[in-house]
Design a protein around this ligand. Structure first.
Ligand code: SF4
Length: 460
């Protein structure tokens, strides 16, 4: 399929080939699903909403519910205000959610629909029933990526729901970045083990990783409760786990409710998890329990035991900045050599952060790092400088097949494998699970390619 990718790299500005990102509303829809009893609403045409729902459904392997303003030619010319008002009326009458989270699409952004005014008038004339909530954010897809959309909705949740509370309370807000429900569950698990008082939102665990009970629930049991999100304005600190996806919500919470915030990486790998655990421990004055220290020890032990397979292995990695950054750090601490590191999400801060990370780890080898890049470019880099391993979402499999590179799926979307909703990559245990996948994938290739007369040992 990619036989004709040339290894000669030429300057390219106006064209993306196989982008390493998708569109803003997907992230907004995902963040909205992290609120209990929420129906995400796409203010645009049906096609956008179907695409966003199906993409999320294919990654999480769970049916994703969302409604749409269902624009046709009329709304495209005269504006979608009446469509949104009619939608809200129908949604509350038929589907009865506790909250509707409205995001825009390219079309409604181009028209310039004024969401706050439309929603305000729907609240005033009781189209929105008493006790129900409608929140919103703008997600023009011609800028940013799905990560920007997640960030905009997370900030929208704060803007519309959090309330200022002057009562002194030693409690943290945790705003996880765009990551799987398994990771959110793991982060909550670590906080509970530490006996931390916390509020986490958005939280898609229990929404997109639900058990089969033979009973259909349009609004599953999981998700951050609205009452808890409202109380987040009285916490003593917000930990934003991901600059790109969560910082904006922290900024908004500080502006609105005077809650200070710290931006940390998602706790992926030894060092990022250490920083997360330390931050919680320091802020709340809590000791780190033995169970967490033991998990860390096991991960370090695994990295040490399997150094012969990891050391100096060249890796190409692509995906979202908030997951690629801590994963790159994890690979460095495992003795590997991240060689090509790209994200499709724009932001020069990505390259600066990777550069400083490389310096911190004392690495002086040549590497390529780009924001706003695409998979065509990544393939060209790999053709010029081959790697031992590729890490990224499902779309990397074509490059992996073309170049015969072992491939470990990581990030969003993963459409052709299962497990990511249930087995975390966050926390020390998540690190063990991930690095096992890396080692086993490398060994699979080694086994496949070792000539029969050289296979002296059962184990490599
Ligand atoms: S029109 Fe815009 S919002 Fe809709 S699917 Fe395309 S990029 Fe996404």
């Amino acid at each position: 399929m990619l036989h004709h990718t040339p290894d000669e790299i030429s300057e390219r500005h106006a064209l993306k080939v196989n982008p390493a990102k998708t569109c803003q509303p997907i992230g907004a829809m995902y963040a909205a699903l992290g609120v209990h009893g929420c129906l995400p609403h796409s203010h645009g045409s049906q096609g956008c909403c179907s695409y966003h729902r199906s993409h999320l459904t294919r990654h999480y392997k769970e049916p994703v519910m969302a409604s749409t303003s269902s624009f046709t030619e009329g709304a495209s010319v005269f504006g979608g205000g009446p469509n949104l008002r009619q939608s809200l009326k129908t949604i509350f009458q038929v589907y009865n959610p506790d909250i509707v989270a409205v995001h825009t699409t390219c079309l409604s952004e181009t028209i310039g629909d004024d969401l706050p005014s439309i929603i305000k008038s729907a609240v005033e004339d009781k189209t929105v029933p008493e006790g129900k909530h409608v929140i919103h954010c703008n997600t023009p897809s011609y800028v940013g990526s799905h990560v920007t959309g997640y960030s905009n909705m997370a900030a929208g949740i704060v803007k519309c729901l959090c309330e200022k509370d002057e009562t002194e309370s030693k409690r943290i807000n945790v705003i996880p970045g765009f990551t799987d429900p398994s990771d959110m569950r793991k982060i909550k698990g670590m906080l509970k083990e530490m006996k931390a008082d916390f509020i986490m939102f958005p939280d898609t665990s229990g929404v997109l990783d639900t058990p089969q009970t033979a009973e259909y629930k349009m609004y599953p049991d999981g998700g951050a409760k609205i009452s808890d999100i409202m109380r987040a304005g009285g916490s003593s600190l917000s930990l934003c786990l991901g600059k790109w996806s969560s910082e904006a919500a922290g900024v908004e919470l500080e502006k609105k409710c005077s809650v200070p915030f710290r931006v940390l990486d998602l706790p992926i790998g030894v060092l990022a998890t250490d920083r997360f655990v330390e931050a919680v421990s320091q802020e709340l004055g809590l000791p780190v329990p033995k169970s967490i220290r033991d998990e860390r020890g096991k991960l370090v032990d695994m990295l040490t035991d399997y150094q012969q397979y990891l050391y100096k292995k060249k890796v190409a990695i692509f995906g979202d900045p908030d997951t690629v950054i801590p994963m790159t750090e994890f690979l460095l601490s495992a003795g590997m050599m991240p060689k090509h590191i790209i994200t499709g999400t724009p932001g020069k801060a990505f390259e600066k952060r990777i550069d400083s990370m490389m310096k911190e780890h004392g690495h002086d080898y040549e590497y390529n790092c780009s924001n706003s890049a695409d998979l065509f470019y990544l393939h060209q880099l790999i053709k010029k400088e081959p790697v031992d391993l590729l890490i990224g979402n499902t779309y990397g499999k074509y490059i992996a097949a073309e170049e015969n590179i072992p491939f470990v799926r990581f990030g969003f979307p993963i459409l052709d494998r299962v497990g990511h909703s249930h087995f975390p990559k966050a926390g020390y245990m998540g690190g063990m699970h991930f690095i096992s996948g890396v080692i086993n994938t490398l060994l699979d290739k080694m086994d496949r390619e070792t000539p029969e007369d050289m296979t002296m040992e059962l184990v490599a």
